[in-house]
Design a protein. Sequence first.
Length: 156
Amino acid sequence: MWTLQIATPYGVAVESPAVFRHEFTVTADAIDTNSHVNNVAFVQWMQDVAIRHFAALGGVEPMRAAGGAWVVRSHHVEYLSPAFADERLQVATWVVDVSRVRSTRRYEFWRGDKLLVRGETDWVFVNAASGKPSSIPDAIKHALSRAAVAQGSSSA
């Protein structure tokens, strides 16, 4: 098992049921001309695991019912060490903050006990038809808030 290190200014280790984990094997199509995982692959995997987590929280149906969608406002990615083809990686994601129209989510990619990549995405909830920001429906806000990891705290 691997330990999640939530990226806080204090480096506090946090284990929480609010943290969503996924494990996968790096495929050859993720490898770039430098023979390691291309940075774009990590951004794609960030989006993929965010979608999986959102679905696990039960957010898909309320989002569709509201006529909404999530779009990315910004990504921040810090590459600490490369990953290679056929390696088994673990990714963790968790919600940091939920506001009227935005949600911040963080990510960590691990190979065993080595942290490879840290990232953060600022998501904006929009009206799917107009593309304009829209208030996050209460059902979604509640699910995301329940899943939010309090920064600077720790739990077993």
